[in-house]
Design a protein. Structure first.
Length: 95
């Protein structure tokens, strides 16, 4: 079985891009600080973090960068998967 590197990249990129779009939305409506404090608390952490005011241009940059990195990760994953399975298929079967 092979995986399309472009489709896998798009899927990974969409997942991390949408996740960060959700985060940007939480920042925009003022709910991110509460969510962040909860996440830190359930990891037994207390780190004094203050969020900056929402900026649409920074949010767009965040989503674009994370989508791009997710695409790259998905592409590399699929290419590595295909390479490993091609090598496995070419190996002689052991008795």
């Amino acid at each position: 079985m092979t995986i399309s590197p472009v489709r896998c990249g798009l899927a990974f990129g969409a997942i991390v891009g949408l996740w960060h779009l959700l985060w940007s939305g939480l920042v925009a409506v003022g709910a991110a600080q509460t969510v962040l404090e909860f996440i830190l608390r359930i990891h037994f952490l207390r780190v004094p973090i203050t969020l900056l005011p929402f900026s649409a241009s920074i949010a767009a940059l965040l989503v674009a960068v994370t989508f791009g990195l997710g695409f790259l990760l998905g592409y590399v994953f699929a290419a590595l998967w295909n390479w490993l399975h091609r090598a496995r298929a070419a190996a002689p079967a052991s008795a």
